[in-house]
Design a protein around this ligand. Structure first.
Ligand code: ZN
Length: 245
């Protein structure tokens, strides 16, 4: 099966639509790695899209926060304002759907899906090889798909080695995941990239052939920024989209 992998949409509908258009005809199903809402101006529309198209979705920390399951004091002031705004702009139906999403890693064939890390599904950031290496003991499939960092990444554990190797994703280039490899793969963020590239990030995965293709697509950032401004969302969250940070 060819799967469109999306993560960290963060209520950015313009970015999500650009991804869907760019990936058109290249996938048979959709998996979502969480944080569908939070930060952006269209949480309800993004939930509706993901709900309609994704066969598998896991919960992210911002979805969790929007449900009021945690103390928003753990967020910085701007994120906190966005959380409260998001909560007020989700329909009862969307909140009910978010509340049903699994918070434990979900396994599908050779792949485990989780928002943050297999060891700590909602919170841990897998940014560095050390953390990645420690996490290989916390899932049993060959590959684990994560989001949360908003940075596209591949951490590969080659058979016989004890430390994960970071591999640089090359956008638009399919990459063969070799037999004997295990990996923690991050498609990056659709709606709020943090690798100094403002384009929406996502990935395509051919589950049988084990081919991972990281991709980027430009979208109209100004449209999302205007919608955020109209909604009264914090200026710093609006500005960062232009820089991909
Ligand atoms: Zn996120």
């Amino acid at each position: 099966m060819r799967v469109l992998i999306v993560s960290d949409i963060h209520a950015n509908l313009a970015a999500l639509e650009a991804v869907i258009e760019d990936a058109a005809g290249r996938y048979d199903g959709v998996w979502c790695l969480g944080d569908t809402v939070g930060y952006g101006p269209e949480p309800d529309a993004c939930v509706a899209r993901v709900r309609a198209m994704a066969a598998l979705t896991v919960i992210g920390n911002h979805d969790w926060a929007a449900l009021g399951r945690m103390d928003v004091e753990d967020f910085n002031p701007e994120a906190r304002r966005a959380v409260v705004w998001t909560r007020d702009h989700l329909s009862a139906e969307s909140l009910a759907w978010l509340s049903e999403l699994p918070s434990e890693p979900t396994q599908h064939e050779r792949y485990t899906l989780t928002h943050a890390s297999p060891r700590d599904p909602v919170w841990e950031y897998v940014l560095y090889p050390g953390v990645a290496t420690e996490n290989f003991g916390h899932f049993t499939t060959a590959f684990c798909l994560v989001g949360h960092t908003h940075v596209p990444a591949l951490h590969i554990l080659v058979d016989g080695e004890t430390k994960a190797r970071p591999m640089q994703p090359t956008f638009g280039q399919p990459m063969q995941l070799k037999p004997g490899w295990r990996g923690i793969l991050n498609p990056g963020s659709v709606g709020q990239p943090r690798d100094n590239d403002r384009r929406a990030a996502y990935a395509l995965l051919d589950t049988e052939a084990a081919i991972w293709e990281p991709r980027r697509v430009d979208y109209n950032v100004e449209v999302t920024q205007k919608r955020m401004r109209d909604a009264g969302l914090p200026e710093r969250l609006i500005n960062r989209l232009a820089f991909g940070w």
